[in-house]
Design a protein around this ligand. Sequence first.
Ligand SMILES: Nc1ncnc2c1ncn2[C@@H]1O[C@H](COP(=O)(O)OP(=O)(O)OP(=O)(O)O)[C@@H](O)[C@H]1O
Length: 603
Amino acid sequence: MTPSGRTGGPGPAGAAGVAIRLCFEASPRLLVLVLLLSTAVSTLPAALLLIVREIVEAFTRAQDGRVTVWILVLGGLTALRVAMGAMLSVRREELTELVGITAEQRLLRVTGFAPLDRFDDPAWYDAVARAHDGVTWRPAAIAGILIEFGGQIVSLVSMVGVLAILDVRLIGLALLAGVPLLVQRRMEARAVYLARRGVTELERRRDYLTELLVRHDLAKDVRSYGLAAPFAGMHDAVSRRALGAVIAASRHSVARGLVAGVLSAVCLVVAYFLAAGQASSGALTAAELFLVFTAFSTLMNSTVDLFTIVVDIEEHAAYLTDFVALAYGEPPSAERGHAGAPAGGHAEGHAGRPPRVEFQGVGYAYAGGPPVLREASFTLLPGEFAVLVGRNGAGKSTLVKLLLGLLTPAVGRILVDGADVAGLGPDRLRDLIGVLYQEYGRYEFTVAESVRLGRADRPLDRDRLGFALEAGGLSRVVEQLPRGVDNPVGRMFPGARELSGGQWQRLALARVLYRDAPVWVLDEPTAALDVQAEAALIQRLRAERGRRTVLLITHRLETAQAADRVLVLDDGVLVEHGSHEELVARGGSYARLCAEYAARQST
Ligand SMILES: Nc1ncnc2c1ncn2[C@@H]1O[C@H](COP(=O)(O)OP(=O)(O)OP(=O)(O)O)[C@@H](O)[C@H]1O
């Protein structure tokens, strides 16, 4: 079940469990220290109250010496309480921050490893948005509340003890006074949560519109088409709709709050009358009457705080439904790894000989859509340089995603040296195949860091970096940067130099070259390259023949002429394959593509 399908939530106990687990993951030592400090700080108010009683009693009996001693003790304990309170607050803050970081790390790992097809599901985006909403502070808030909970229990028990000595009836009244407030708070929290859940999509739309106005790759479009005002207007409308829904949900909260306040006040008034009656009958001294009033209101507040804690945890638990489902649910397949033996072979890989890649009757359709690939069967021979061509939407990029194991064939198998890709596991596949996607990443790091992402699991190899930059056609560009390979690129961070479209593509290509995998899959690698850079790349690919198996996707048919073999995909069907000359002579799909291409080039 996808997290988006859940509405029940982990419940207060489940959320508390998650928070405690995160505290332990964050720092067990800090957790213990904070708990000890919290307990110590919470026991002091009751002790201080009893000392006040001693002072008043000593004063009424004119025992000046005792009064002085107790006042000094009171002063000492008050100072201690302030000091411990300050320490508690600092350490608690540290713990909650660490819990926030730990929780966000969990979520980032889950979303970073999620199967690619999740990104086709709007409900997945809703679930991630909700999980992300508050992930840095809600688990931390629960942890903080739990720590407070321990303190509140200690404080409540000590006040119950004080009242038990003086008038046991008041304990029940103090506890009762909290109930209306609890009910009111709970109804309020639930209504707001349900309203906010209902507007997740609106909030995502709002965030998307914000992004459209701050993304530098869209800045030119936005200005040239005058889109800033319409986007800002849409943002305003969507934000107001979301806000309206949340406000509507809390419409009755003032009335409910008034009723709850009156009911609580009734309990307080009854309790004070009872205590005053005791004092006038002589059962309580003036000091004890003062003590009763103070202990009652403290107990009542502690009760309300305790109830509030439960409601707060319940509220956070509701908001954490999607986080818990994502972070503690079934791990995504990529993270689970593939411990089992690879099906149908072992793909030992690059030991001297590049691998063979086979598509056997592969079919695929995106969820709810028509077949995009039908019965595709072909073999890339070890060390072969093959080119895949076809019209827009023919299914070329889908084929690449299937080969990289990002999508799973609906029918058929894909084998690398006899091993089914489905059983190889992401690490092995990454070792075997270096890929350049059409939409490659533009990472705003230094040149060296960006290229090293090709082998992010290993320390930077400066020699390989030099080779990759040279072979990728970036050496001259890098030489002109003030800090060379250690210069940041992009425009978001200080000292960074923006690259041209073609230079970004060369950087992405350098990443693939740095990876040094025995199979290269390059989807439109020359789309942004100038003629010279394109020729250099093709020359390099030809030089790699026999050492690497290369599949290159392109719309530039000159490139196809340089390849050993051309594969032609038409509407999801692999209609032809052979050398450029053979296919032209055949007069089929490829020949028609070439004719159209030549006509376009000559106009
Ligand atoms: N994530 C997706 N969800 C649903 N349909 C998709 C998705 N990605 C691609 N398609 C559809 O699959 C078909 C093949 O797309 P694909 O990107 O594989 O084509 P392509 O041959 O690489 O095209 P191009 O030359 O334009 O890059 C298209 O009709 C497209 O609409």
